[in-house]
Design a protein around this ligand. Structure first.
Ligand SMILES: C[S@@+](CC[C@H](N)C(=O)[O-])C[C@H]1O[C@@H](n2cnc3c(N)ncnc32)[C@H](O)[C@@H]1O
Ligand SMILES: [Zn+2]
Length: 400
């Protein structure tokens, strides 16, 4: 089968697609681990979940997608999968700045018999998106999947997408987004913040805040549909609409401050109207310490409950995605169901109370017994999301 691929490439299957990828045997580190970044064309098997969930999300939209733009396509795997696995997707533009990528995208398109529905470009992502905007070829869906930060490409994406179209964005620059490098977070995303114990969920909010502000520059407004972090990446899907007034209102309502106590794990969201009392609100009501502060971040919902439920239903039925991806979708739906609160870190509460860490399942059971919903955060051993107030969780941990 590999003879379908050029020398140095190997045929694999992902979803319903057959794809030539750089032969992983040729790009192994001394410890035997495949290093995708060393290959001439980037293919990362650790991102199958990312692509699977694109399929789920586009199916969950439940509307025709006349034009999807895969602006950084590498092997073209996502483009091809969209065409093979989402009946709603009619036409895809697969673009990459790299010559080797474009050559392999052409081969992969032919291999999957989708060449007639796929247009291939070799342009800078922004150049492509502004070209489409200028030609008034508005996209129903734009995918931004760069190495590292998506910040330089978002304004172009918001220009190119049609009214009520969707933009899907990956960020792998987690260290700045989480606030590990506050100066870089400020420089790149305009957010003044620092790293806290639940930093991955803050990173999602920081990215959403940046997206909302970029969209607002051109009188567009973003509505988060689905947002999650998994292993080394963050992924968000937003619906983009038009309206300067609505964009202003969204910024007023949804950009605000998060205060988080790294000592006892208490967190609070400070809306604009509470900013007058900000000094008191930055003191932890549980332990009295000064809380860490993230300013100008996203304080509204990060998921749309109806949409995440549709995604869950699609993921359940979908036979071409991995079990891992189904688990992510389930976890996002659960977080959405309880209103996307900040996660509560049970190990921080236990440490504060000088107790052993209780079993997460016991904490969840006890919360259920008193009428709350609670779910473990996927990818963590000690975080839950719940509609219970922090104080209830504290009481439960105290009693166990
Ligand atoms: C992380 S990879 C994309 C992976 C791909 N979307 C997938 O799911 O397999 C990033 C790709 O962006 C391309 N790239 C980097 N800078 C770009 C730019 N300014 N415009 C267009 N493509 C770019 C790289 O050549 C690389 O193939
Ligand atoms: Zn505290």
């Amino acid at each position: 089968m590999s003879s379908a691929c050029p020398e140095g490439f190997k045929l694999i299957e992902e979803g319903l697609a057959k794809i030539c990828i750089p032969d992983p045997e040729l790009y192994r580190r001394s410890d035997g681990v495949f290093e995708p970044a060393w290959a001439p064309v980037f293919y990362n098997p650790a991102m199958i979940t990312n692509r699977d969930i694109t399929i789920v999300a586009l199916r969950a939209l439940g509307r025709s997608i006349s034009l999807a733009v895969d602006s950084m396509a590498s092997t073209g795997v996502r483009s091809i999968r969209m065409l093979l696995e989402c009946p709603e997707v009619k036409h895809v533009i697969a673009n990459d700045i790299d010559e080797d990528c474009v050559k392999i995208i052409e081969i992969n398109a032919q291999l999957n018999n989708v060449s007639d529905r796929m247009e291939i470009h070799r342009l800078d992502c922004n150049e492509l998106l502004y070209k489409l905007t200028r030609e008034r070829r508005r996209a129903d869906y734009v995918d931004i999947d760069p190495f590292g930060s998506p910040a330089p490409f978002l304004l172009a994406a918001f220009n190119a997408v049609m009214r009520r179209g969707v933009v899907g964005v990956t960020a792998t620059d987690l260290a700045p987004l989480e606030g590990k490098y506050p100066r870089k977070l400020y420089r790149r995303y305009g957010i003044k913040g620092t790293k806290v114990l639940v930093s991955k969920s803050i990173a999602i909010r920081n990215l959403l805040a940046y997206m909302a502000k970029e969209a607002a520059k051109i009188d567009r407004v973003v509505k988060p549909l689905l947002a999650y972090w998994y292993r080394h990446y963050i992924r968000v899907y937003v619906e983009v609409d038009s309206g300067g007034l609505r964009a202003s209102e969204a910024l007023e309502r949804c950009i605000g401050t998060i205060a988080y106590c790294n000592y006892c794990g208490y967190g609070r969201i400070v809306a604009e109207e509470d900013e007058a009392h900000i000094e008191e609100l930055l003191r932890c009501p549980i332990c009295g310490r000064q809380m860490a502060v993230i300013r100008d971040t996203w304080i509204c919902r990060i998921n749309d409950s109806e949409f995440t439920y549709q995604c869950f239903k699609e993921a359940e039925q979908c036979t071409s995605i991995t079990l891992e991806s189904k688990r992510i979708v389930l976890s996002v739906m659960c977080s959405s169901k309880v209103g996307d609160p900040l996660p509560i870190k049970i190990s921080a509460i236990a440490k504060f109370l000088r107790r052993n860490m209780p079993k997460i399942s016991t904490v969840i059971e006890k919360l259920n017994e008193i009428g709350y919903n609670a779910y473990r955060v996927l990818g963590t051993h000690d975080e839950i999301v719940t509609n219970a107030p922090y104080e209830e969780v504290l009481n439960i941990v105290r009693k166990i």
